[in-house]
Design a protein around this ligand. Structure first.
Ligand SMILES: C[S@@+](CC[C@H](N)C(=O)[O-])C[C@H]1O[C@@H](n2cnc3c(N)ncnc32)[C@H](O)[C@@H]1O
Ligand SMILES: [Zn+2]
Length: 465
């Protein structure tokens, strides 16, 4: 099998290989390249400030390596790696790693290891020089059994890359299992994939906090059947004090889906010290003000940004600039472009098709829905997890103002009395936005034309396939 610069001799049944994960591996290579560049830039700027320059190795651990494909690609496609440990606890997998390392002539860099990943990381954490600059966890299902060791085995400012494929658990089908694994309850809804990313981040943060460490997310995505996050890990007892203020509970209406976030607390600075104040709440009444239904409680979830737009842009440019090297560059660039354009500071979103289906009315176009919100000065974006997403800083009441305006010209099919949609239509408009505001077809065409060329693409007319 060939992927990137690696060629893997694969015996079916010996070790796990999934060709669909090429996107995960391509993305990871681009992220690691940019991460190492970023760290070099940080070291150079420290030197410029007269501080001692930090000398970095470039050591990577692939804790769950299977065939060794990912580790071999890292060694061949990321410049200057000093060591990549390709570990697996299956003897057959290690045999496969060994064979493939030799076949690809990367023995100098890639070392096969036969151990339980947690045990290996717990050993590595004990000696500073044995810690890794990058720890990559790509398990079957959830990565949570490995997080306690992983957050300790990463160097200061190092990178932790985590895949979780147990989306049924993370997306609200088994909320109790989610609590058991991640320490957070998941919720159903169209925004569940974003919530899944935020639950994984919350879980990593809480593992890190136990060791006076905390995370800074660089990039998080939902793809196909998994979520993948890349976070940096730092040590700081004072930063850990802020952790609860970075996480929120989610009150979500069981009728109309309106959600309200409650941070676990806030931090106030008093002189040189900081004080943590638990949240006062809840932010909702017993029943939803819009439809009268009860709320479900989810979380805690990470409610700070889950990606850094500038870093995402750099990774996207990395993929775009090496099209021959990345088989999945089109798909991953599309995904990253969507991510980069998301409102970074607005957790979760509403889905236009859900708003319309609650009222049993034909769905407005994105543009028709967006116009009144933008006119009123609110910000709006889609989400990389859903093209029908309405991620906005407008209050949810404004969205229903627009939908009530929409039903004036579009017939509502029968609604059951007492249903959330029935009650929503009976509500008075809150007059937050002007629901009748529309853009002309001409303006829409201009808008579309101006957006058809993604602004950061080196190639002005990308072919998205
Ligand atoms: C999904 S596969 C890894 C795929 C690989 N990262 C890739 O990109 O092709 C998961 C691997 O984790 C290994 N594994 C599961 N539990 C482990 C543990 N506790 N320690 C080490 N390896 C483990 C399995 O043997 C399996 O090979
Ligand atoms: Zn409601």
């Amino acid at each position: 099998l060939k992927e990137g610069k690696a060629e893997v001799l694969h015996k079916p049944g010996e070790a796990f290989y999934n060709p669909a994960q090429v996107q995960n591996r391509d993305l990871s290579i681009a992220v690691l390249r940019e991460f190492f560049k970023l760290r070099d830039e940080e070291a150079a700027s420290k030197k410029k400030d007269g501080k001692e320059e930090e000398k970095h190795q470039r050591r990577v651990l692939e804790g769950l390596s299977a065939t060794g494909l990912r580790a071999i690609r890292y060694a061949k496609e990321i410049e200057g790696l000093t060591e990549v440990v390709a570990n697996d606890f299956s003897a057959a997998a290690v045999e496969s790693i060994d064979r493939n390392v030799k076949h690809n002539k990367v023995e100098e860099i890639v070392k096969a290891s036969h151990a339980d990943a947690s045990l290996l990381m717990h050993k590595a954490k004990q000696v500073e020089k044995d810690k890794f600059d990058v720890v990559d966890l790509d398990p079957y299902g959830s990565a949570t059994p490995f997080l306690d060791a992983a957050v300790q085995a990463v160097n200061e400012g190092g990178l932790l890359a985590v895949t979780c494929t147990d989306l049924a658990v993370l997306c609200g089908n088994h909320s109790e299992a989610c609590f058991a694994k991640y320490g957070c309850t998941s919720l159903r809804g169209k925004h569940c994939h974003e919530l899944a990313i935020r639950i994984v981040l919350s879980s990593i943060e809480s593992h890190a906090n136990r060791y006076k460490r905390h995370i800074v997310p660089l990039l998080g995505v939902y793809m196909d059947f998994y979520v993948r996050v890349f976070v940096r890990v730092y040590t700081s007892a004072s930063a850990v004090k802020w952790s609860a203020s970075k996480q929120s509970m989610v009150f979500q209406c069981t009728g109309c889906g309106a959600y309200h976030l409650q941070p676990l607390g806030k931090v106030v600075e008093r002189g040189n010290s900081i004080k943590f104040l638990p949240s006062l709440g809840p932010p909702v009444g017993e029943l939803c003000e819009l439809c009268g239904y009860k709320h479900q409680l989810g979380g805690p979830m990470w409610s700070q940004p889950y990606f850094q737009p500038e870093f995402v842009g750099r990774v996207r440019a990395q993929l775009w600039g090496d099209q021959a090297g990345f088989a999945s560059y089109k798909r991953v660039c599309g995904l990253l472009t969507a991510l980069e354009e998301e409102l970074v500071d607005q957790p979760l979103f509403y889905d236009l098709s859900v708003l319309a289906s609650l009222l049993n009315v034909v769905c407005p176009s994105n543009a028709a829905f967006a116009a009144p919100l933008l006119k009123a000065g609110y910000r709006l974006s889609h989400s990389h997890t859903s093209p029908m997403a309405m991620k906005t800083d407008a209050p949810v009441e404004a969205l229903w103002d627009i939908m009530r305006g929409w039903v004036k010209d579009h017939p509502v099919k029968k609604l059951k009395e007492g249903s959330p949609g029935f009650r929503l239509l009976q509500q008075e408009s809150k007059h937050i936005v002007d629901p009748d505001f529309t853009v002309t077809a001409e303006q829409r065409k201009e808008d579309k034309a101006s957006r058809s060329t993604p602004k950061y693409m080196p190639n002005p007319t990308p072919d998205w396939g």
